[in-house]
Design a protein around this ligand. Structure first.
Ligand code: TNX
Length: 528
C-alpha cells in the first residue's frame, strides 16, 4: 500500500527535471528495424492536420490519433482525406493508396515491401510524418509508435507548452506473434466497465491485441445469460472477501467489445468449466452433483466445485451459455477454462471436455482452454493456454503433435498476480516472485521442450484478482511488467536485450505519471 501511495503521490518537483529527448528506437515493443536520421526531426505545428486514406477503418485510426494529440497540444488537429490535397503534416496511408516514399530510403528499406496484417512503416521527415500499412491495424500500430516518439507531455490530459518534436528517420515494424494478450479475472473481484476500458487502453499502448476476460469462477458469475438468468443475479452477487460483486449486462459486454475493437483488441470470453463453478451451482443447484445449492464462496481456495458431468441438463446449460456468449462476441475465440477440476477425473473429465469442445465448435468459434484440456481428443483448431512452470511438459507436447496450438502464459514469468518481491503488498508467490527482469527473460519460441515454435501462436499475461481489488492495484501489478511481455510478443528475438529494454522502460514512468496511471517503481529500473 505504501508503494501504491508513493506511486500516486509523485510530486510536482519531478516534472522540473527536463525530459531526455526521445530517440527513434526508444519504443516498447522495440521495432523490427530503425534507421534514425538526426537531420530529419519533425516538429508538430499548431495547424497540424491528419490526412488519411479513404477507408472507414483507416479513418477510425486517424480520428484516434487526433484524439490522442488534442488534449496535451491544445491544437485542433482536424482529420481530412488523403485526396483533399491540403498540407497534412501527419499522413496515414493504406499501401494501396500510398505514393512512393519521397526521399530515397536507406539500403535495407524497400518501399514496396509487404508489411503484413499488422505491420507498418513510419517515416519521420521535417515536412511530415507518414505511416504506411497494408491494413488499418498496421496504421494503428504505427500510431502507437508515434505516440511514444512524442515527448512524454503528450500524455497530459490538459494543454502543455512543449516543442512537439518527433525524431527523424524510418521505422519498419511488424509482430513476431499474432496472439498478444492479457487476461483480467473479473470473477474473484468484479471490475466495472470503466475499469475494463482502461485496461484495454494499457494493452493497446503496447500493441497487445487480445483481452481475455475470466468471466466466471467460484466467487462470481459476471455475464448475464438470458436463458439462465439467475447465473448473474444470484451467482454474480458475491466476490472474494464478501463484497457486492456485480455482472455485465449484454449491453455492458457489447460496450467492452466495441471499445476494444476500435483499438484493434479482440475480446476472448472465458466460461470456466467444469470446475470453478460454485457461483453457477448456487444459482442452479440442479447442475450440482448432489443437486444441493452450496453456500456462496468468498474465499480463495480452488478445485472443490464442479458441474455434474453425468447429467444431460449440464450439457443444455453449457450449450445455452456458450451459445449466448458466442452470439455476443465478434472475435473468433471462446475459452472454456478446464483448469483445476480436481474432482472430475479421468474419462469423466475428458468426456466432458470433448463434448464442451464440440458445443463451442458448433457456434463457429475456435475453442481455447487451459492446458489441462491436453489429454482430451483433438478438435480442429483448438488452442491450449499453457500456464506451467516447468517447460518440460510431455502431455502438452503430445497434444501439440495431435494438432493443438499454444498460447504461453508461464506461471513463473507471465503470471502478473505474482508478487514482484517478498514485500509486494498484494499478490501470490506460488509460482515464484516475478520482478521485471524475470517477466522479460524467456523466449516463447523455445520455452517448451519438444514443441516447435510454429505451434505457438503467442503469449498472454493473466492477472488473477484474489488479492487485487481496485483499478490502481490492477495497474500496479501490470506496470511495468506488461511492456516486457508485449516486447516478447511483438519484437523479433534478435532485438532481445535486457539492458536496452530496461533503459527504454525508464522513459515510460513519466508517461504513466502524466496520464495518471499507477505503476510499481521497480528498483531495477533507473526511473528519471
Ligand atoms: C491458478 S492458472 C488458477 C487460478 C488462480 C491462480 C492464482 C489457472 C488456470 N488457475 O484459479 O486464480 O492460480 O495464481
Amino acid at each position: 500500500a505504501a508503494d501504491l501511495a508513493r506511486a500516486a503521490a509523485r510530486t510536482a518537483g519531478d516534472l522540473l527535471t527536463p525530459p531526455a529527448p526521445v530517440r527513434l528506437g526508444d519504443v516498447i515493443p522495440v521495432p523490427e528495424r530503425v534507421a534514425p536520421d538526426p537531420t530529419a526531426d519533425f516538429v508538430l505545428p499548431g495547424d497540424a492536420a491528419v490526412r488519411v486514406s479513404h477507408d472507414p477503418t483507416a479513418r477510425e485510426v486517424a480520428e484516434q490519433l487526433a484524439e490522442l494529440l488534442r488534449p496535451a497540444t491544445g491544437y485542433p488537429v482536424p482529420v481530412t482525406g488523403l485526396a483533399d490535397g491540403t498540407d497534412g503534416h501527419l499522413v496515414l496511408a493504406l499501401s494501396s493508396s500510398a505514393t512512393p516514399a519521397r526521399a530515397a530510403a536507406p539500403g535495407d528499406f524497400d518501399p514496396a515491401e509487404r508489411l503484413g496484417d499488422e505491420g507498418y512503416r513510419l517515416h519521420v521527415a521535417p515536412a511530415e510524418v507518414r505511416i504506411v500499412a497494408d491494413t488499418a491495424a498496421g496504421l494503428w500500430y504505427g500510431v502507437q509508435t508515434l505516440r511514444q516518439l512524442l515527448p512524454s507531455a503528450v500524455e497530459s490530459p490538459t494543454p502543455v507548452a512543449e516543442r512537439w518534436v518527433v525524431p527523424g528517420g524510418l521505422v519498419v515494424d511488424r509482430p513476431r506473434f499474432p496472439y498478444r494478450g492479457a487476461m483480467l479475472d473479473v470473477a474473484r473481484h468484479f471490475f466495472g466497465v470503466a475499469d475494463v476500458l482502461r485496461v484495454i487502453d494499457h494493452l493497446a499502448r503496447y500493441k497487445l491485441n487480445h483481452l481475455h476476460l475470466h468471466l466466471t469462477d467460484d466467487q462470481g458469475w459476471r455475464i448475464a445469460v438470458d436463458s439462465w438468468p439467475r447465473l448473474a443475479t444470484v451467482g454474480g452477487a458475491t466476490e472474494v472477501g464478501g463484497g457486492p460483486g456485480g455482472w455485465y449486462t449484454a449491453a455492458d459486454y457489447r460496450r467492452i467489445v466495441r471499445y476494444a475493437a476500435r483499438r484493434h483488441v479482440t475480446v476472448v470470453p472465458e466460461i470456466d468449466l467444469p470446475g470453478h463453478t460454485n457461483a453457477a451451482l448456487l444459482a442452479y443447484p440442479e447442475l450440482a452433483p448432489d443437486k444441493v445449492a452450496p453456500p456462496p464462496y468468498t474465499g480463495t481456495e480452488v478445485g472443490f466445485s464442479y458441474v455434474d458431468p453425468a447429467d444431460e441438463r449440464t450439457y443444455d446449460f453449457v450449450a445455452d451459455v456458450v451459445g449466448e456468449v458466442a452470439a455476443l462476441t465478434p472475435g473468433p475465440w471462446l475459452h472454456i477454462g478446464g483448469d483445476e477440476a480436481f474432482k472430475v477425473k479421468g474419462e469423466a473429465y475428458t468426456g466432458f471436455v470433448e463434448r464442451a469442445q464440440r458445443i463451442v465448435a458448433a457456434t463457429g468459434k475456435t475453442v481455447v482452454g487451459w492446458h489441462q484440456l491436453a489429454p482430451a481428443a483433438h478438435l480442429d483448431g483448438r488452442v491450449l493456454q499453457w500456464w506451467g512452470t516447468d517447460g518440460d511438459d510431455p502431455v502438452v507436447a503430445e497434444a501439440v503433435r495431435r494438432g493443438a496450438r499454444l498460447i504461453l502464459s508461464p506461471g513463473n514469468h507471465a503470471y502478473f498476480d505474482m508478487k514482484y518481491a517478498p514485500d509486494t503488498p498484494i499478490g501470490h508467490d506460488w509460482a515464484g516472485l516475478i520482478d521485471v527482469r524475470r517477466s522479460y527473460d524467456w523466449d516463447p519460441g523455445t520455452h517448451l521442450a519438444d514443441v516447435p515454435a510454429e505451434a505457438v501462436i503467442g503469449v498472454e499475461a493473466p492477472l488473477w484478482t484474489e488479492s487485487v481489488t481496485s483499478l490502481a492495484e490492477i495497474e500496479f501489478m501490470l506496470l511495468p511488467r506488461l511492456p516486457a511481455l508485449a516486447e516478447l510478443a511483438w519484437s523479433p528475438r534478435a532485438t532481445h536485450d535486457w539492458a536496452g529494454f530496461r533503459d527504454r522502460l525508464a522513459g515510460h514512468g513519466p508517461r504513466w505519471h502524466r496520464a495518471g496511471i499507477t505503476f510499481h517503481r521497480a528498483p531495477e529500473i533507473r526511473w528519471p
